[in-house]
Design a protein around this ligand. Structure first.
Ligand code: ADP
Ligand code: MG
Length: 502
């Protein structure tokens, strides 16, 4: 499609970690002005191939040519100086120092005065210029990195790389950390690079996003390059099929387009106030209903989930169940059969150092107690095994440590914990964040099943397609308030909703 010399050629790259083959003979060519997408399930090799180009690690075999020269960067900084910069999937910044120091980490010597001391004023000035240039408001050069939220940290990382004006910018799974405004900013930068004939390698789980943003799309599976699609060949089903190696059987989102629920209100929040995060929020959740909550990541929706689970000390208002019980603590919530899947899965929903068994069993004690109120090893095992089977949790066995599981399987463990103990109300905060489409599909189908059983589900999400695809009602929040409500309908589109979020 693009008739110029390639800027980067990766030829026959293989990479092994012990017995794991992370990349198997992968060849990838990127042209100037090209926005190349990389997609594939967790563990397919996306981060590995891009981190090799960006100097973070070396291939076992293969060759790279960049700007017509052999390319063997020794480090990330080396690669960035040479023209390939990468925004990594995990945090790439240091919490204990300022934004400015993070941005200019490799060049602090440029700001030293004749006494060898860093001239902070100049450093902040320059860093503020960079932030402004990229369009990042709300963050000051003098802010401590650790005081920023997830999204702001990601944006600073982008700024740090962009400042070096790379010929190729690699963005690895950053969008899940960004809300709509953060994403819009990032898409703007990508467009700008393209207009300057620079290239972008864009890694994302999100099919809709990646097909919108990219010119070409390469699918990886199990360390192998399966296929590269040109824009005109983009086809969601075909891409999904290449990703998982078989056709995705069955439905993805709900196939009905009517809002349905039972009469009874399972959970009600009345006039909930929490600092400036939640302002007079009223919400009711019916049995058999899926209520979606959307908005920017700072709109308060995550606090609302915590408030309804009794996890916040409210400044005003009440959370009440169907039977009139007030929820004032997580303990109350659990005893009223409310389950909660946190957005911060690894820190709040799971004990990573413990086994699958312990993580799932902890909320189900009341169920597998025998008649005498005793917990027997056998009952506990049967209980956990049922969740592992029902949810198809991929593991060596139930004693495996949760930290060893992939993101999707970790999330299944969290689901298993709350579904196994018969939660009647489920509060799900970004339940499918960072999980594969295979697992996503399983979760959506599970939510549909739970809805049919009359469970009440609140799904907080930063992804509009799943909010629209799954909810009976979508509530939009902005600045701590619910600003708009939409009923499920075939005609409801993302464009209808976005306007109320920003
Ligand atoms: P993706 O980014 O597509 O999710 P990765 O490139 O991170 O996948 O990983 C590809 C494979 O290599 C996975 O099986 C992963 O577990 C393995 N892997 C990646 N980095 C390491 C490492 N440092 N040590 C051991 N195995 C690794
Ligand atoms: Mg990765």
């Amino acid at each position: 499609m693009i008739m110029s010399e390639p800027i980067l050629e990766m030829k026959n790259i293989s990479k092994r970690f012990g017995s794991v083959v992370a990349l198997d003979d992968v060849s990838l060519t990127v042209y100037p002005g090209e926005i190349r997408g990389l997609i594939g399930e967790n563990g397919s090799g996306k981060s590995t191939i891009s981190s090799i180009a960006a100097g973070m690690q070396k291939a076992n075999e293969g060759q790279m040519i960049f700007k017509n020269k052999e390319w063997n960067p020794e480090s990330m900084i080396d690669a960035l100086t040479g023209g390939i910069g990468m925004v990594v999937q995990e945090s790439g910044t240091i919490a204990g120092i300022t934004v400015a120091e993070n941005i200019f980490l490799a060049e602090l010597k440029l700001f030293k005065n004749k006494f060898g001391i860093v001239d902070k004023k100049k450093l902040y000035e320059e860093a503020n210029k960079v932030l402004q240039e990229i369009g990042i408001e709300n963050v000051k050069a003098s802010d401590l990195m650790g005081s920023l939220d997830f999204q702001e940290r990601k944006l600073v990382e982008i700024a740090k790389v962009m400042m070096k004006k790379p010929d190729i910018l690699v963005i690895d799974e950053t969008s899940t950390a960004l809300s709509h405004d953060g994403r819009t900013l990032m898409y703007g930068l990508i467009k700008r690079l393209k207009s300057e004939n620079k290239s972008v390698i864009f890694i994302s789980h999100d099919l809709e996003e990646i097909t919108t943003v990219c010119d070409t799309l390469t699918v990886l599976r199990d360390g192998k390059l399966i296929r590269t699609f040109e824009k005109e060949e983009f086809d969601d089903d075909l891409i999904r099929t290449s990703m998982i190696g078989r056709e995705l059987q069955g439905d993805y989102y709900r196939t009905d387009f009517e809002a349905t629920s039972q009469e009874e209100v399972a959970l009600e929040g009345k006039n909930i106030n929490y600092g400036d995060k939640l302002k007079n929020v009223n919400i009711s959740l019916h049995k058999g209903e899926i209520v979606g909550i959307g908005g920017l990541s700072t709109c308060g929706m995550h606090y609302l989930g915590e408030a309804l689970f009794g996890a916040l000390e409210l400044d005003g208002g009440q959370v009440i169940t169907e039977s009139g019980k007030e929820i004032k603590s997580c303990h109350n919530a659990v005893s009223q059969k409310i389950g909660y899947v946190s957005k911060d899965r690894d820190t709040k929903s799971l004990c990573l150092e413990a086994s699958i068994k312990d993580n799932i069993a902890i909320a189900g004690m009341n169920i597998f107690k025998n008649n005498a109120g005793m917990i027997t090893e056998k009952n506990e095992k049967d209980y956990v095994q049922k969740q592992v089977n029902d949810l198809s949790i991929k593991c060596s066995d139930m004693n495996q440590q949760v930290s060893q599981l992939s993101g999707g399987n970790k999330q299944k463990v969290v689901f298993g914990k709350w579904i196994g103990c018969d939660s009647e109300i489920l509060i799900l905060d970004c339940p499918t964040r960072g999980v594969d489409i295979g697992v996503k599909q399983a979760m959506y189908q599970l939510m549909i099943k739970l809805k049919k059983q009359g469970k009440a589900i609140l799904m907080i999400s930063e992804e509009l397609p799943e909010l629209l695809g799954m909810s009976d009602r979508v509530l939009i929040m902005k600045d701590g308030e619910i600003t708009q409500e939409f009923n499920r309908s075939k005609d409801l589109s993302e464009a209808d909703v976005i306007g109320y979020m920003i």
